[in-house]
Design a protein around this ligand. Structure first.
Ligand SMILES: *[C@@H]1O[C@H](CO)[C@@H](O)[C@H](O)[C@H]1NC(C)=O
Ligand SMILES: *[C@@H]1O[C@H](CO)[C@@H](O)[C@H](O)[C@H]1NC(C)=O
Ligand SMILES: *[C@@H]1O[C@H](CO)[C@@H](O)[C@H](O)[C@H]1NC(C)=O
Ligand SMILES: *[C@@H]1O[C@H](CO)[C@@H](O)[C@H](O)[C@H]1NC(C)=O
Length: 342
């Protein structure tokens, strides 16, 4: 006989209206460039651009040609100043390489050397935006470009950082160009065009799928696991409710970091340690943008472990019976074949 509250739980686990909607997050477009200088005559450049967590293009290190990951990215690149940018980036890369080699000579640095660039724009929910450009040298922040001030600032107290920022600050036309590139081109034209063409992918929402199960840790401890997967975008809230009350963070509660799946969705798990048969009810509550203002509630029911186990055993029995049957048939067939062969 099914206890009535179990049916209620099944009903609840579909979706319940809640009071939660994930706060809007800033959106980021970024171009990440890594260059490896093995010696005075070599430079290997690779680059990837991302909108949020979506890779939109990469630079082929062999011939510096750009590979667009989506048709809408090449559409967006052909619009506005995009074509002009595409005809200029190789010149910019060559200048950058020469500048790094010159700097290494002047400051008597050593090869091999890795120089990284991170340029892009943050778009806030209040529609203001902020361009950025940071340079890393051998794994540490070296200098960054302050867009509003149109100036380079050292990010470490070193001779290289001093020299590079001073030398770049002397080039007024470069500072004006960078300010324009970051605040007008990247933040407005480039970002907004990409958002328009890539709306379907960038605003994609995938519903979370949640399962709750228990694991016996010891005689006096049961681990309730809430596994949530398949959701997009990344922000999510997963909580355990004990008798309807949210369990606060503490030693009994352990929530994993959010991990990526291969299909551009995410997963995580939240584990709650409880005492077996403690008389409380436990529900895993999931809130995500794809659910709107509703919550996903998945109960864990002490008494429901028995039927679950019996179902599992039934399935196992069925599988092993089928397996035994197949094996018997296969042996018979082999036997027959052997007979035919002789
Ligand atoms: C410089 O480094 C590149 C890449 O590692 C290598 O192929 C080349 O032989 C090196 N050249 C010299 C002069 O050491
Ligand atoms: C650049 O190299 C890649 C392979 O590394 C090749 O597929 C692509 O066609 C090349 N592009 C150009 C413009 O040569
Ligand atoms: C917009 O939001 C950002 C980040 O929260 C903040 O720094 C900025 O001052 C805000 N701008 C306006 C005009 O409210
Ligand atoms: C949380 O889980 C991680 C990974 O399973 C484990 O290493 C860690 O000890 C756990 N922390 C607590 C407080 O249970």
């Amino acid at each position: 006989m099914q206890p009535p509250h179990l049916l209620l739980f099944l009903f609840l686990s579909i979706v319940l209206p809640g009071m939660w909607a994930d706060p809007e997050e800033p959106q980021v477009i970024q171009y990440l460039l890594t260059s490896l200088f093995a010696n005075i005559s070599s430079a290997e450049v690779s680059c990837v651009a991302l909108v949020g967590d979506i890779a939109i293009l990469t630079l082929d290190p062999a011939n510096w040609s750009i590979h667009f990951h989506w048709p809408w990215v090449s559409q967006a690149a052909a619009e506005g100043d995009g074509e002009k940018m595409m005809s200029q980036y190789k010149i910019a890369l060559r200048n950058m390489i020469r500048f790094v080699h010159d700097t290494v000579q002047q400051t008597k640095q050593h090869y091999p050397l890795v120089v990284q660039f991170r340029a892009g724009c943050v778009l806030y929910p209040n529609t203001t935006s902020q361009g950025f450009l940071n340079v890393g040298w051998d794994g540490r922040d070296l200098i960054s470009f302050e867009v509003d001030k149109q100036s380079w600032e050292a990010q470490q107290p070193s001779q290289v950082a001093e020299l590079v920022s001073k030398s770049l600050n002397r080039q007024k036309s470069l500072r004006i160009l960078l300010e324009h590139l970051l605040s007008i081109w990247v933040c407005q034209s480039n970002f907004l065009t990409l958002k328009r063409y890539g709306k379907e992918i960038l605003e994609r929402q995938e519903l979370p799928v949640a399962t709750v199960f228990a694991r016996t840790a010891s005689l006096d401890q049961l681990l309730l696991v809430c596994h949530v997967t398949g959701f997009y975008p990344r922000p999510i809230s997963v909580a355990w409710l004990q008798d309807g009350q949210e369990v606060p963070p503490g030693p009994a509660l352990n929530t994993s970091t959010i991990l990526p799946n291969a299909d551009l969705t995410y997963q995580l798990r939240s584990v709650l340690a409880v005492a077996p048969r403690d008389g409380h009810s436990y529900v895993c509550r999931v809130r995500h943008r794809s659910l709107g203002t509703r919550s996903l509630l998945i109960p864990w029911e002490n008494r429901s472990t028995a039927p679950t186990i019996s179902i599992t055993i039934a399935v196992l029995l069925l599988v092993s019976t089928a397996f035994a049957g197949a094996f018997w048939w296969w042996k018979r067939r082999k036997g027959n074949e052997a007979t035919w062969e002789t």
